[in-house]
Ligand binder design. Structure first.
Ligand code: GLN
Length: 197
């Protein structure tokens, strides 16, 4: 069984946990620094999930709780990470419409709340490379407005905007695969990124 830590300071962590548990992973919640440290010490951290929610709140809590540096180091050292929505913003090297950037491990620029208020939330079916057609739930989502390194692989484009990418050990999505019934994104993460690397 692979052991996956889900950042649980704010946002949609419970849904990710349910989905990964359903796929047979061994999940635990990372609520504080101790949870992360213990997992690393026990060799029980084969992957990390950064859920959706509010990136400004999550980013502040990561710093206040003293988890920021260790998380950044783990990702840079190759620990697989699945990031959705606010999680994508946390990873991004740059946020084009905000001064704040957070972990900066993913060489892309993102635009926060990129669909405005009217189109804040919507569902659409689109193709994800390696996975197939997938029903995507967007909730006040960001999109990727610039790719800053040619090694970043674009996995999905909706209306001309990049909404899913992979860069080495990092899989990042604008939308929310954890709210759907369709576990293929989480399965791809476990099979191809966690166990494939
Ligand atoms: N709008 C949120 C942010 O900027 C992201 C929304 C989400 O994660 N569903 O952090």
């Amino acid at each position: 069984k692979v052991s996956i830590g889900i950042l649980a300071v704010q946002g949609a962590f419970a849904e990710h946990q349910a989905m990964l548990d359903g796929l047979g992973a061994d999940t635990f919640l990372i609520r504080q620094k101790k949870d992360l440290e213990e997992a690393v010490q026990n060799g029980g951290l084969q992957g990390i999930v950064l859920p959706g929610g509010e990136s400004t709140v999550q980013g502040k809590l990561l710093r206040d709780l003293g988890m920021y540096d260790q998380l950044k180091e783990l990702i840079e050292a190759g620990t697989p990470v699945l990031a959705t929505c606010a999680g994508l913003i946390l990873l991004a090297e740059r946020v084009s419409n905000d001064d704040r950037a957070y972990l900066k491990t993913l060489p892309v620029s993102v635009k926060r709340n990129a669909y405005g208020r009217q189109l804040g939330s919507f569902v659409t079916d689109a193709e994800i490379a390696h996975i197939g057609t997938y029903r995507m739930n967007f909730i006040r989502a960001p999109y990727i407005d610039e790719i800053l390194n040619p090694q970043v692989e674009t996995l999905a484009i909706v209306d001309g905007n990049t909404v899913a990418v992979r860069y080495k050990n990092q899989l990042a999505l604008s939308f929310h695969p954890e709210v759907s019934e369709d576990a293929r994104v989480h399965a791809y993460f476990l099979n191809e990124i966690v166990q494939g690397v």
